[in-house]
Design a binder for this molecule. Sequence first.
Ligand SMILES: [Zn+2]
Length: 337
Amino acid sequence: MTGDTQVWTPIDFEADGKQCDWLRIPHSTDLSGYGVVPAPIVCIRNGAGPTTLLMAGSHGDEYEGQLALAALARNIDPAAIQGRIIILPALNAPAVEAGRRVSPLDDGNLNRSFPGDPFGGPTAMIAHYVTSVLLPMADIAIDLHAGGRSCDYIPCALVRSGGPEAEQRALADLAIAFGAPVTSISDGSGGGGKTTFSAVGQGLGVPVLTAELGGRAALSRDGLAIAERGLRNVLKHTGILSDLAADPAPPTRFMRVRGRGAFVYAMRRGLFEPAAELGAVVEAGQLAGVIHAIDRPWQAPEPITFTEDGMVACRRAPMLTVAGDCLYKLLVDVEPG
Ligand SMILES: [Zn+2]
């Protein structure tokens, strides 16, 4: 499968030192027949040791991870590490350039494109390169997200359920090392199923931690600080940066999505006026918000209620809403034991 990739880079992943260059994704257009899409990549290696793969910009309008990884790439001295760190701060570079969730080149949503296709569009080619070349080199991987234009998130980490017990234990240890205030354990059914990076990580036996660090295509300074501290603590946890003086990670609260009812949807068009704040604890039957009809403002707005108890982890950001838009995602505590 690796041999099929059309993506290439001059970086030698086996060489010591810090190499900064680009992935080159072939993209042939009217004005650039032999063109490539460049996506920045930094490889920092010092001798034998574990490999950590760090990615952000899978969705272009999510920023805390992009800044945290760029800073890490600039600041890490190769002599200070043992092993290898591969950093891609703007993985779906065309989406980052456009400030969009999806790539303007092919409408590709990178974190719904795994395991990818070496002969597909640019987004599918990037996903395939990550799956077939980068992920097999990694001992652990982190993929930093936020809510993008459409959502606002409490800062939280996400890990996938359903793997073998040893792998789930490794994921829990990774989440504890990262130290986000909340870690959500999910089977992925609410967002992406088997097409996400964490799904292919599970398939290849590589622990993948995803994080949601803010949203609304803005920068959460809280989320940025959590990412910066979390990355350093994870690199310490893996032994790659064992001498690092990092602030200790605060305890994380393990939570989960209870079921389909954790996702609240709008089923009509209008202006969504939310009634619950991010982080609020809500109960089944409680008012979640109302939707105002644009064309019949004389009508009473339509109420929407929560159908499950939980904590608001994610809320829709734009007021303008159509049928099928997700308005909330709720989490509940994982029962001990
Ligand atoms: Zn995302």
